[in-house]
Design a protein around this ligand. Sequence first.
Ligand code: NAD
Ligand code: TYD
Length: 336
Amino acid sequence: MKLLVTGGSGFIGSNFVLYWIDKYPEDQIINLDKLTYAGNPDNLKGIENNQNYRFVKGDICDKNLVDSLIKEVDLVVHFAAESHVDRSIHDSAPFIQTNIVGTHVLLESSLKYKIKRFHHISTDEVFGELPLASKEKFNEKTPYNPRSPYAASKAASDHLVRVFNITYGLPVTISNCSNNFGPYQFPEKLISLTITNILEGKKVPIYGNGKQIRDWLYVTDHITAIDLILKKGRIGETYFIGASGNDVSNIDVIKQILSMMGETLKQIEFVKDRPGHDRRYAIDWSKIKRDLGWQPQYNFTQALSTTVDWYKKNTDWWQKIKSGEFKEYYQMQYKD
Ligand code: NAD
Ligand code: TYD
């Protein structure tokens, strides 16, 4: 089988490519990635000479390039996106371009070349927020209610993917998952930023009161779910992927990391809140369990400890990022 993976040099995409090449060595992968600030060729150094892997630097909005690649493959697994809420608040334009226009270009080309499956990776953020003091969770029937430019652009892409199935019969599947963490996560997201700031001896910024809750999913659990959807998922279906009881407040996530790394709460710094900050996300993943037999395997504390160890061992990887243009972003984001 031949796959086009978009955004394979980012956090989740590179974990997917490494997993797939290892598990299905006979398959061929083309990774189309623009290498934005979040794309990192170092993530895939270990396989760059593998005969079944090809990297193409390019934009998913480039119709001619996308056509030339899609006509070679059986499946498209679409990770490429602008992915950070805070950056979308500063400048939403790249989010509209990549997440909406780019997805549309991929869909049109997939239709033209009769692709066997288009799998779209999406997020729980398209459903807005849940009240803090409730047991309610998002499920596949929850109405869309995005509350950030990032979430709105992902919502638009989900609608387009679904419409290409309904209107034109393109064989699609969609997955919406909760917040991921693990190796190769760009150090702008809560967990990767916290660990690397501690390793640098810096303060750890918490937005607002830190009581917001996320449903933390270890990236390997996300990848195994995508694998199952690609192999057994029903065309036209959406599957929700979440963690098992990992609904933890931001302040508690940070406290756990500080304790694992032998640091005290003095490292915490409360900073200005994110505008429109979603209070809580939680995913009901009973459909994928019932229909495909998937459930998360990783316990939060154990996976968090593995992640802390990975960042400790791979200082070159994140120091290179943090010493570059990231400094300017950090200054702009946390200046107040
Ligand atoms: P990331 O920001 O780490 O990586 C995105 C990748 O896409 C980068 O390699 C980047 O270079 C590439 N890219 C961006 N614009 C491109 C373009 N125009 N053309 C080609 N490549 C482009 O993101 P991630 O965290 O790995 O997220 C991957 C997908 O999963 C995204 O679609 C995101 O919305 C979704 N998702 C992420 C999370 C999470 O917690 N990280 C949770 C739910 C869903
Ligand atoms: P983030 O990792 O950006 O993911 P998302 O916005 O997709 O949930 O943020 C996770 C939570 O952590 C969110 O409630 C915002 C909060 N947060 C902080 O408190 N401080 C930070 O420096 C960052 C990046 C996030």
